[in-house]
Design a protein around this ligand. Structure first.
Ligand code: SF4
Ligand code: SF4
Length: 425
């Protein structure tokens, strides 16, 4: 891929040597973790292709779109309402934040005890290796955890186009009012960026595109309830990760196609793991590309992941936006109602997340929950104590894992995961 896109990356200001090294590591990891899996659905070929072109063709599409006036908006959080961005005919892309890069440079700017996700965003910017960051016309930061909101003050000095969105911390009427005001302010900012005024039909179309994408993921989730599992947790995670940067209409078609294939597999009782394989729900911090370590450890230890209680998973996609209102304000209310249900650990208290995790455990016929906390992530690490206790009290075996993006603890994690699986088997 490198030869064909070199001038594009150069024009974006990437550091070509560092970028080549990143692609090399990414390609090797993908080969070792994904391609070596057995009996993958044929429909995963599309996602292999997307991954192989993640810094190539997709970026070229975005840049071609920009020449026609289509703006690119980057985000780090599922609270950024994609419906509003689509309504203005702009493209929303998730900025990966799933790997360490330029750590020496990052450590000069951020405290060492900052979570890997935040450090990753800085590393990709400082290392000049992310074509999405460099293509974006606006980068939306959100005031969720303290780490993010303070780091956006610093990021603002490194990028000219950071837009900060405030977010509530409680599920109260005042919290909802704050979210509504912030979404209105965001709509104004998007309208200014794109030079359009969003009307009812534009907003309805934005909602329809994003809802269709979510419905396809709901269909996939439903099929993962089967035993034997028709698709691995790793492949399902990859689909959930690609959700954030692929063209939404093409993505929806590709997920529906793979679902047709999975339905056939279920009819034929064909799975990626034998029937009766231990089934795990993964819960906790989001796993952005290329953060595949823990799922890979779980699925090479004799279990299958059947659902993700995560923003790269059901927390991010489970609710649809009601499109029945016939005014812009009514539709904006529906968007606020939809996002206000997201049960991120930044909310206090946050009982919905626990209920949802229990619900997923039952619905996916799981035998255990593995809670994934990123080191130095206060919201999820602190919440994990209560989650583990409540799940165990409800007779749901739970393993709490705190880790980061390095591979140093891989062996130790594998031993803990294997011991947990022995306990529940
Ligand atoms: S975990 Fe919270 S802060 Fe992170 S992406 Fe999800 S909603 Fe946003
Ligand atoms: S993983 Fe935790 S600390 Fe890191 S950005 Fe997300 S909520 Fe904040």
């Amino acid at each position: 891929m490198s030869g064909a896109y070199e001038s594009m990356w150069k024009d974006l200001g990437l550091n070509l040597t560092a970028h080549d090294a990143l692609l090399q590591v990414l390609g090797n990891a993908y080969q070792d973790i994904f391609i070596t899996q057995k009996d993958r659905p044929a429909g995963m070929d599309y996602f292999n292709f997307v991954m192989s072109e993640v810094h190539g063709l997709r970026v070229k599409e975005l840049l071609d779109g920009k020449k026609e006036g289509r703006k690119v908006v980057g985000s780090f959080c599922v609270f950024v309402p994609e419906e509003v961005v689509r309504a203005a005919n702009a493209t929303l892309v998730g900025l990966c934040t799933g790997a360490d890069f330029a750590t020496d440079e990052v450590d000069k700017i951020l405290p060492r005890n900052t979570c890997s996700l935040i450090k990753s965003a800085f590393g990709f910017k400082l290392g000049k290796v992310c074509p999405y960051i460099e293509s974006a016309d606006m980068i939306v930061g959100e005031n969720t955890c303290d780490g993010k909101k303070k780091s956006y003050e610093v990021l603002n000095t490194l990028m000219p186009n950071v837009y900060v969105m405030d977010l509530p911390q409680t599920k109260s009427p005042e919290g909802r009012a704050l979210l509504k005001e912030e979404y209105k302010r965001f709509k104004d900012a998007i309208e200014n960026l794109c030079g359009v005024k969003i009307d009812v039909s534009m907003l309805k179309q934005g909602i329809e595109i994003v809802n269709a994408k979510r419905r396809a993921i709901h269909r996939l989730s439903e099929l993962r309830k089967a035993d034997p599992a028709p698709i691995s947790g790793l492949d399902a995670l990859l689909i959930n990760q690609v959700y954030f940067y692929d063209d939404p209409v093409r993505f929806t078609d590709s997920v529906n196609k793979i679902c047709d294939e999975l339905e056939q597999r279920i009819n034929d009782k064909k799975g990626v793991f034998p029937q009766g394989t231990t089934r795990i729900v993964l819960s906790g911090c989001p796993m952005a590309v290329p953060n595949w370590k823990l799922p890979w450890i779980i699925e090479t230890s004799g279990a299958v992941i059947v659902g993700e209680e995560s923003c790269v998973g059901e927390r991010g996609t489970r609710n649809l936006t009601d499109d029945s209102a016939n005014t812009v304000d009514g539709l904006m209310d529906a968007i606020v109602d939809r996002y206000f249900q997201v049960d991120c650990a930044i909310f206090t208290p946050n009982p919905d997340r626990l209920d949802h995790t229990k619900q997923m455990y039952g619905q996916y016929n799981a035998q255990g929950v593995i809670h994934y906390g990123l080191q130095f992530c206060q919201p999820y690490q602190i919440e994990s104590y209560g989650v583990e206790n409540a799940l165990e009290a409800a007779q749901i075996p739970t393993l709490r894992v705190d880790t980061d993006y390095s591979m140093e603890d891989a062996e130790q994690l594998k031993t803990r995961v294997q011991a947990f699986l022995e306990r529940i088997q």
